[in-house]
Design a protein around this ligand. Structure first.
Ligand SMILES: Nc1ncnc2c1ncn2[C@@H]1O[C@H](COP(=O)(O)OP(=O)(O)OP(=O)(O)O)[C@@H](O)[C@H]1O
Ligand SMILES: [Mg+2]
Length: 226
């Protein structure tokens, strides 16, 4: 257990664009997410959910205010240190999963472990264990994302976010379909974004470099096989 909050936002504002045409996405937001908590952010389209998650992930910087993740103020970190924080301590589940189409399920999950110093063979073993925990069966693990069901793809994406045992997991839900209530009114539930802070501290290998955000399927290369 730790008393350090997973995430703290202090009077954070974020505007996009020039002064004359500025869009205020977030205005004076303060928030504290304790470790071991699960937080859902709900709101209409354009209300600033993605902006908030991008600031917590260190993918963007606030116009005003402070963002503190795992006790570290992001604005004080160099780009490299911020990349390290993302790689080691933050797991992402993207709205569209962002699985690499030419990698099998297992290779997709093993991929971030290459950046934390694991050999490819060990990475694949750990990936298989994580996929098993997520209920993805052995046959599915060796298939490409296009050969998996939507639910299997989702679980592969979650396994990839969890395999490095991050302290903080950030996720975006799929857009939810319209549904009709009993009186027949079409309603669209608001999109939801999630931040879950774990309180575990794991002995990750040190001296790593890399950036999960930089994942580009076209540029991604398979780690060297052990
Ligand atoms: N790069 C950008 N440049 C200018 N305005 C932006 C930019 N990104 C977002 N915005 C604006 O900031 C506001 C918040 O956008 P954001 O993407 O955070 O909303 P959201 O809550 O995630 O919406 P959705 O549910 O549709 O994904 C919107 O008005 C949006 O148009
Ligand atoms: Mg969004």
């Amino acid at each position: 257990m730790t008393d350090t909050p997973a995430v703290v936002l202090e009077r954070v504002s974020k505007s996009y664009g020039d002064a004359g045409h500025a869009v205020t996405a977030l205005s004076d937001v303060s928030l504290q997410v304790p470790a071991s908590q699960f937080l859902s952010i709900m709101g209409p389209s354009g209300s600033g959910k993605s902006t908030l998650l991008n600031l917590i992930a260190g993918l963007d910087t606030p116009t005003h205010g402070r963002v503190i993740v795992g006790g570290q103020e992001l604005t004080h970190l160099s780009d490299d240190a911020c990349s390290d924080l993302r790689l080691r301590h933050i797991g992402f589940v993207f709205q569209s999963f962002n699985l690499f189409p030419t990698f099998t399920a297992e290779e997709n999950v093993a991929w971030p472990l290459g950046f934390v110093g694991l050999r490819w063979r060990a990475a694949k073993m750990r990936a298989a264990e994580t996929l098993e925990q997520m209920g993805v069966d052995a046959a599915a693990r060796s298939r490409l994302p296009a050969e998996l069901s939507g639910g299997e793809q989702q679980r592969v994406a979650i396994a990839r976010a969890l395999v490095t045992e991050p302290r903080l997991v950030l996720g975006r839900t799929h857009r939810q379909p319209r549904f009709a209530n009993r009186s027949g009114d079409p309603r669209r539930p608001p999109p939801i974004e999630h931040a879950a802070g774990a309180d575990r501290h794991h002995g990750h290998p040190q001296h790593l470099r890399g950036d999960v955000r930089a994942a580009n399927p076209r540029a991604a290369r398979r780690p060297h096989r052990a």
